[in-house]
Design a protein around this ligand. Sequence first.
Ligand code: NI
Length: 258
Amino acid sequence: MQLTVEQIRFFHLNGFLSITTPVTDDAELAWMREVYDRMFAERAGRESGDQFDLAGSDEEGKEASLPQILNPAKYAPELTEGKYLGVIAEIAKQLFGPEAGAGIAHAIFKPAGMGAPTPWHQDEAYWDPSQQYQNASIWMPLQEASIENGCLWFMPGSHEWEVTEHRPIGGDVRVHGLEIVNLDLVKDAVACPLPAGGITIHRNRTAHYAGANTSSVPRRALILGTGLASHPYPGHRSFPWNEIKHTARDERAKAAAG
Ligand code: NI
C-alpha cells in the first residue's frame, strides 16, 4: 500500500494518521476475530500477568471492564503469519525508513455494552524513562470502529509535547492503566472511526483516548509497534506514576517467574 505525500506529511505534522483502506481482506479479518475471541475466552496469559484488566483493580473473579493481553503472539503464534503484517510493515517503512519493521504488541478488548473508556494518555508514559523513543503504535480494529464502540481520538500536534504528568486511572494505584492528570491540555481532539482492518498510527507521545463501548458489538483491537530503536535519554527523568503502582498483574507476573 503506497501512502501519498500528503498522508506522510500529515503524520509528521500531526503525530497521527488514519488509513481507512483495510490492510487485509474480510476472510483474514474473520479468522483474526476467531483467534482473538479464543484468546480472551481462554484467558490466555492470565497466570503470567500478560492478561489483565487495564482499567480496573483486576481482582480474581471480577469481570474485567477493559481486558488486555500483552504479546498475544506468544499465545496465538499464527497471528504472525497474517497478510496484514506485511502490508503494515510496508506502511511503516514509508513513515520511518527502511529499517522500520512492525510487530504485534498487544490486544485491547472492549466488551459490548460495558467496555470502559481508555482515558487520555501518551504511550511513552508507560515505558522506561531512561530511554528516548522514536516510534509509533498501530491500532487495527477487527470490526468497524465507531465513536459508539470506542474508536481512537487524537490530539493533533501533541507528539511534540514532553511526557506530561500521568497517574493510574482514577488515582487508584491498583490499576495498570494511566491517565493524563491535566485534561485542560487536551484540545481539538479528532475522532478516527475506521472500517474493519483500517488502521491508525500514532507517535510515542501523541495524546490519545478511546471512549466506552456503548454499542451491542464487541470492539476488538490489535495494536502493533513500529519505528526506530530507542536510545539512552539525554539527562535524567522519572515517571513516578509507574513506581507507585501496585497491581494484581505485577503480582501474578512475579509469582509466575518464581
Ligand atoms: Ni495508548
